[in-house]
Design a protein around this ligand. Sequence first.
Ligand code: 4AD
Ligand code: MG
Length: 452
Amino acid sequence: MSIRSRYQSYVWVEHLSRYVGETVTLRGWVYHRTRKGKLVFLRFRDGTGICQCVVFKPNVSEEVFERARSVTQESSAVVTGTVREESRAPGGYEIDVQELEILHLAVDYPITPKEHGPDFLLKHRHLWIRSPRQAAILRVRAGVERAIRDFLDGNGFIEADAPILTPSACEGTSTLFELEYFDLGNAYLSQSGQLYAEALAMALGKVYTFGPTFRAERSKTRRHLTEFWMVEPEAAFFTLDDIMDMAEDMVEYIVQYVLRHHRRELEFLGRDLGKLEKVRRPFYRMSYTEAVEWLQQHDVKLHRKTPDGKEILVDFPWGEDFGAPQEEALMEQFDKPCIVHRYPAEVKAFYMKRDPEDPRVVLAMDMLAPEKGGEIIGGSQREDDYEALKQRILEHNLPLEDFQWYLDLRKYGSVPHSGFGLGIERTVRWITGVEHIRETIPFPRMLYRIEP
Ligand code: 4AD
Ligand code: MG
C-alpha cells in the first residue's frame, strides 16, 4: 500500500468538478472582491484557476464576514466552503463560504484592474505573472515544452544537455556574450547547443539539447530576446529531407497537443482555434530561389541605402537574406507553416553542407509560421567532409584550434547528419497569438531590460 501524503489531498481549483456538493478547503489569493449588501463575492485564484467564493452574511460568523468585506487584492487566504455548480461563474463552479482565514493581508498591490503601460508591467513582471492572461500564456508555454519532449522521447531521441559556457562561437561572432573565465581567457554564453549535439549524435544516434541560449543582438523587435530557450534535435544519418519531414511532424504534434490540453487557455487568450486546427501535414515548401521569384513577382521590394546615404527601394536581389518584411509578405498567402530551403551559402552558418546540385546554396531550411509568426525553426544538413569543413572555418575567419574537436567528428567515422533548432518563445508567440515575445517567457531578457 502506498502512503498518501498530506500534499496529495490538497484541493485545487482546476479539480473542483470532482467535489460538487462537498465541503472543500482552497488555498490561494484574492484576485478581486465585490460587495453587495449581505453578500461578498471573492474571485479566488490558486494558480490552477479562478473560482468565485460567495460569502453570505447569515451563513458565516461576524468575523468571517468582516474579513471578507475588507480583504484586499492579492491577499493570501484559506477558504472553506461547499462546491456548487454555477454555469454563470467563471470556471463553472462556486464556493458557498463557511470559513475564511487570511494568511497575509496585501497592502496596495500595484497592479490594479485598470490599464497599465508595458513598461510598468515589465518592471513588475514578478507580480504581473499572477494575472490570468500571463498565467495562461505560461501554461501554454509549459504545454509546448511538454509536447516537444513527448514527441522527441517518443521518437527515440535522447535528451543530452549541452554546456552554456563555451569557448567559441556557433552562430557567428557578432552576437556573442563574452565573459572572463578564470585564467583561461574569454568564454562565451552559448548561442546554440548544436556543435555539442553533433558530437552527442555520433555517440547516441538521435539526440536533443534543450536549454537557454544567448544572442547579444542589438535588435529591438517583437520577436527577439537576448536569452531564449531552444530545443535542438540532431540525428546521425538524417538528410535535409528527413529533418524537414521531422520538423513538420514535430510542429503539427506541438500545435495539436496544445489544442487538446490547453484549449481553455487558448480560448481565454482569444486565439482563433480554427486557424490552429488547420496546422496539419503537409505544410508548404519552397526553395529560397522560388521565394525570391515570388517576392519579385509580387513587388515586395527591399530598402537599400545608396553610398550617399539615400534610401531607395530595389527589387529583392537573389543572395540577400530575408528580413521580417519579406517573410511576412511571403507568408500572407499561407494558412499553415512553410519551409523555405536551400539558402545562399553566404547568408548562412559555416557548418552547413553545400548542395551537391548547386554549390551556391546550402542544405538549410527555415520554417516560417503564418499569421506573422516569423521564423520558428532554423536547421540544416551539416558539412560532414573534413577538408570542406576546415575550409569553411577558415573562410569565416574562425580560429581553427577552437574547432579541432568539432573537426574530429569528421575524422573518426564521419556520417551524414542533420538537425534543427526550434525557438520556444517564437513558437509560443505564434500559438498563443500574443503580439510581443516578451510575454512568452517568465522573465524576459531584452536589449533594454535585465530586471527583475
Ligand atoms: O536559426 P538559428 O540561429 O539556428 C541555430 O541556432 C542552429 N544552430 C539550430 C540548429 O540547427 N541546431 O536559431 C534557431 C531558432 C530560430 O528559428 C528562432 O526560432 C530562435 O531559434 N531564435 C530566437 N528566438 C528569440 N530571440 C532571438 N534572438 C532568437 N534567435 C533565434
Ligand atoms: Mg535562423
